[in-house]
Write a protein of this length. Structure first.
Length: 249
């Protein structure tokens, strides 16, 4: 049975795309068949995995609007994961979906058509709580919330949890929060350790471990279109994502 995981936080710059690419690569290393979905119109995940968003003729946008089948858009990455890619045209699709029937269910229906081909689907959500993110939550069994280990990054998490609650209550009763994933963590500072300790108490959520360390290596990998697990195989950040992937399984 396919497990679908949405990686969500409406705050930008918290490591959503890095988390999706790294977890996808870690799942693939474990022998799982993996599909990644780029729902961000900026196409960050698509670019990070070596595919030029501007060269795409078919994206997740056309799939959501019913103009193309998922198989028409899916591409294979060098890291072995399959990808349902995105580019700026997904913004137009998002605008069109607002007035379409069943807009919250369209991604789920599309993914159901290819579910037998994959063990895991991991969705990179845009930094909003709009129709695309709600559609991702509607299609998922699990939610992972990347959260930078700094006080200001906590703002907005309650709003996100309210959205998750509403989706669970009205659209997708199977949805569960797998946990908060601390990112850009610097264990040398008292502040980072204090923030990490407060997450579980403040939000009453499990904290996924180990925390993802702060490192320039995460910025280097997308420049060559690969995940950190391929570029810096033995890096502590790569190993951290491997451990988180195992815990999610």
């Amino acid at each position: 049975m396919t497990t679908t995981i949405s990686v969500v936080n409406q705050k930008g710059g918290v490591g959503k795309t890095t988390t999706v690419a790294s977890l996808g690569a870690a799942f693939a290393e474990l022998g799982r068949r993996v599909l990644l979905v780029d729902l961000d119109p900026q196409g960050g995940l698509t670019f990070s995995l070596g595919i030029d968003p501007e060269d795409l003729d078919v994206t997740v946008g056309e799939v959501l609007l019913g103009k193309a089948k998922p198989a028409d858009a899916i591409v294979v990455t060098e890291d072995g994961m399959h990808l349902l890619p995105s580019n700026v045209t997904v913004t137009q699709a998002e605008e069109a979906l607002v007035s379409r029937t069943g807009r919250e269910q369209r991604l789920r229906v599309a993914l159901d058509k290819v579910a037998d081909d994959y063990d895991l689907v991991v969705i990179d959500c845009p930094p909003t709580l709009g129709v695309l993110t709600v559609g991702a939550l509607s299609a998922s069994q699990k939610v992972v919330i990347p959260l930078q280990a700094e006080t200001l990054s906590h703002r907005g998490v309650l709003q996100l949890l309210d959205t998750v609650h509403d989706v669970k209550q009205f659209i997708n009763s199977e949805l569960e929060v797998a946990g908060v994933l601390p990112t850009m963590f610097d264990g040398r500072t008292n502040h980072a350790r204090a923030v990490l300790a407060s997450i579980e108490e403040q939000f009453e959520l499990p904290v996924l471990s180990p925390p993802i360390p702060k490192s320039i290596r995460f910025a280097e990998a997308p420049a060559i279109g690969r995940s950190i697990l391929s570029v810096h195989t033995n890096h502590k950040g790569a190993d951290a994502y491997r451990e988180v992937a195992k815990s999610l399984l």
